[in-house]
Design a protein around this ligand. Structure first.
Ligand code: FAD
Length: 325
């Protein structure tokens, strides 16, 4: 069955987030040969429309309004509901990001539809669209199909492959005027915590530190390794609770969920709550002084040793590899 599928393009700091392109990849499967329509919401975002098309959208609908310059679930749901009303899609896909997690249940409630959240794969099997999603903090996976109504899903970043960018693709970018009703909350100013480098939830390489780093300064060698590998620094809750780093770096059940190609855990014991946020990483390297540490049970490569010796050695070796490459 072919479907028309809408995909929300998520914009941050004037650029589309990678997960938007992955959502288009998922939407292509959901559409089963039907049309994939990108949706952009915000203020002065239409210039990004062609990029969604280059990543596989057939056309793009843009809703621009000064009340949408900052994300609010109220404003965005009004805009997206207006697009849904005008386009009458059979599918809707967005990233399982902070924005997607906030917006999708509200929309599903308003649309009286089901919602498959945090999907890590989508495929057509036995004539059904089958979504896979982790449950019990990643210890098991369930497969879901939609039997009726709108196919509405959020996709976990870094899991579903985006299509290769094709600069030769072009398509229509149209605008839809939406009368955004007064918002219940208006964001006056966004004060960002200084965050350096790569976005943790979308990083291909994550170097994470635990209580074993021992201090704020103890994160410095991890930052150097992350710089060399073009990765992001993360942390266990143990390290955040000890005030070695900010909670925005926390990975785990009550922190961020990451699925990088490479996860290097430094001085992290591997508590179940931490594993919930990283155990689906493609390759896991654990560095720990304790050979019995639980983290080694999920690691592909284990290094028993002092992180303050091992991490700088790795940084030097990767530097050499980069110079010789
Ligand atoms: P520790 O358990 O203290 O481990 C430190 C490790 O460092 C040890 O294994 C030690 O051998 C090693 N080490 C020490 N020095 C060195 C060195 N020089 N070189 C190499 N290794 C060294 N935790 C999370 O991470 N994320 C969550 O989202 C999360 N949510 C939670 C939710 C709930 C409801 C609860 C109850 C707990 C949650 N926790 C979470 C906490 C979790 O249970 C653990 O307490 C926490 O993950 C431990 O952090 P850690 O591994 O850094 O510290």
């Amino acid at each position: 069955m072919t479907r028309k599928v809408l995909v929300l393009g998520e914009v941050r700091d004037g650029a589309l987030r990678n997960v938007s392109f992955e959502a288009i990849g998922a939407a292509k499967t959901v559409a089963e040969g039907g049309e994939v329509v990108g949706v952009l919401i915000g203020e002065a975002v239409s210039a990004l429309g062609q990029e969604l098309i280059q990543y596989g959208a057939d056309r793009v609908v843009v809703v621009e309004n000064d009340k949408l310059s900052q994300y609010t679930s109220d404003g965005y749901s009004q805009a997206l509901l207006a697009v849904i009303d005008s386009e009458k899609p059979e599918g809707l896909v967005m990233g399982h990001t902070a924005l997607g997690k906030d917006l999708s249940p509200r929309l599903a409630g308003k649309l009286q539809s089901g919602l498959i959240s945090d999907a890590t794969t989508v495929e057509v099997a036995g004539g059904n669209l089958v979504f896979t999603r982790p449950i019990y903090s990643g210890k098991a996976f369930e497969k879901k199909i939609v039997t009726d109504g709108l196919v509405f899903a959020t996709v976990r970043p870094n899991n579903i492959e985006a299509l290769a960018k094709d600069d030769s693709r072009s398509g229509e970018v149209s605008s839809l005027s939406v009368d955004v009703k007064d918002l219940r909350a208006v964001i006056k100013e966004v004060v960002r915590k200084a965050s350096e480098g790569v976005d943790l939830s979308e990083a291909k390489v994550v170097i994470a530190g635990g209580r074993g780093v021992k201090s704020e300064d103890g994160f410095q060698p991890l930052k150097e390794l992350a710089d060399v590998l073009g990765g992001a620094v993360g942390a266990s809750r143990g390290a955040c609770d000890a005030e070695y780093c900010d909670y925005s770096l926390q990975i785990g059940q009550t922190g961020k969920v990451v699925t990088p190609d490479l996860y290097i855990a430094c001085g992290i014991s591997g508590a179940i709550q931490h594993l919930a946020g990283m155990s689906n990483s493609k390759v896991i390297v654990a560095i720990n002084k304790d050979p019995e540490a639980n983290i080694f049970k999920v690691a592909d490569y284990g290094i028993v040793g002092d992180l303050f010796e091992v991490v700088p050695m790795l940084t030097e070796e990767f530097k050499k590899l980069k110079v010789n490459a």
